[in-house]
Design a protein around this ligand. Sequence first.
Ligand SMILES: [Zn+2]
Length: 110
Amino acid sequence: MAHSRLQNTIAEIADLEEQLHQLRSQRDGQLDADRRLRDYHPKVGTAAYVCPNCWILSGEHVPLAFIRFGSEDVMRCPKCCRDFGSATAKRARSGSSSTALRAPREFGGG
Ligand SMILES: [Zn+2]
């Protein structure tokens, strides 16, 4: 019957539209993350560094806090509690005199 074929077609279209909708939202989510990744600026203005984790996940600007960790400075996100490397933290401190690279210690010494 022509009627049931039409019904089938309508059902198929609805099914495909549902899939399309799901694929689109999936794609939008990915694009969103990609865009944020590209748009990530470690610094906002002249203020603190921004947590890349929180930025990618939720698009939030969460400034990282500097924490003294032994002889090193690390940056920690107050929201997701991630630590970020000290190398960046050292460079972030402007005005401090640069220390020359030390030669690595030889094995077995000391
Ligand atoms: Zn964070």
